[in-house]
Design a binder for this molecule. Structure first.
Ligand code: AMP
Length: 278
């Protein structure tokens, strides 16, 4: 079927087919990680809508909004190859009126871990995701575990605001050497890329340990070994539902999350592990 490009609500209404709709929100520069989300959406719904929008609200003043990769034509090819029904590609002026007032607050959970490094980021994410939900009106939306705190906050928003949408979390897609795919990986030089491998290596080494203290210490040691080319922002072992640090006696699933700057590029990654299994 022909791929439809929608720019606004009217286009979306016209493009809507009978049956269920799954939304895959993205900022474009599509890679295999996005493709795996699209495939999961396709098996779960009759029609897949992929949104491509570099959301100015979720970038801080010193972040990479203006240099964020924009590859719309090749993104359309990816969407055609993946049998996507609709690409929603709004203009920033259409999404945000100059006099807009009301937005979503991510609350305390939006101010810790990743949110502590990026003030306002998660408010911007939740605001755009709620707008996308209202515009597309999907039955289901798919998000990557790669952005684990984002996924947790979207689940929180759906619960706290009673949104009638099912949220599906999808596993992180990696390069064969462990590097998590990211649109920002294209900024890494050859040397940067080698240094960047310390993130996934540290997470694997940490996840192989048994106690929170050992997990944190082991992962930290691997990051320290990477040398001055890696500027660690945080390493956190948290409860996946709240993103608060877990105690030594915590039982159940936990997320080991890392953020670091490599060269001029800020990278994040995480793994899920089980602590103190019965
Ligand atoms: P982005 O375009 O980076 O905003 O990401 C759009 C969606 O793709 C988000 O739900 C991300 O979590 C997800 N995503 C990004 N990278 C990956 C990856 N390597 N594996 C799986 N999902 C990913």
């Amino acid at each position: 079927m022909e791929l439809i490009v929608a720019r606004g609500r009217e286009d979306l209404v016209k493009a809507r087919r009978a049956g269920t709709v799954a939304l895959v929100p993205t900022m474009g520069a599509l890679h295999e990680g996005h493709r795996s989300l699209i495939r999961q959406a396709r098996v779960r719904a009759d029609q897949v809508v992929v949104s491509i929008f570099v959301n100015p609200l979720q970038f801080g003043p010193n972040e990479d909004f203006s240099r964020y990769p924009r590859t719309f034509e090749s993104d359309l090819d990816v969407c055609r190859a993946e049998d996507v029904g609709v690409v929603f590609h709004p203009a920033a002026e259409d999404m945000y009126a100059p006099d807009r007032q009301v937005s979503v607050s991510a609350g305390e959970m939006g101010r810790i871990v990743e949110g502590a490094s990026r003030p306002g980021h998660f408010d911007g994410v939740l605001t755009v995701v709620l707008k996308l939900f209202n515009l597309v009106q999907p039955d289901l939306a798919v998000f990557g575990q790669k952005d684990a705190q984002q996924l947790a906050l979207i689940r929180r928003m759906v619960a706290d605001l009673d949104l009638p949408i099912e949220i599906l979390g999808a596993p992180t897609v990696r390069e064969p050497d462990g590097l998590a795919l990211s649109s920002r990986n294209r900024y890494l030089s050859g040397d940067d890329r080698r240094v960047a491998l310390a993130l996934s290596r540290a997470l694997r080494a940490g996840a192989a340990q048994l106690t929170p203290a050992e997990i944190r210490r082991t992962a930290r040691a691997v990051l320290d070994e990477a040398g001055p080319g890696l500027d660690l922002d945080y390493l956190a072992l948290v409860d996946p539902a709240t993103f608060t640090e877990v105690s030594e006696s915590f039982e159940g699933m936990a997320v080991l999350a890392v953020a670091a700057r490599v060269g001029s590029t800020r990278l994040i990654d995480n793994v899920t592990l089980t602590l103190n299994p019965a």
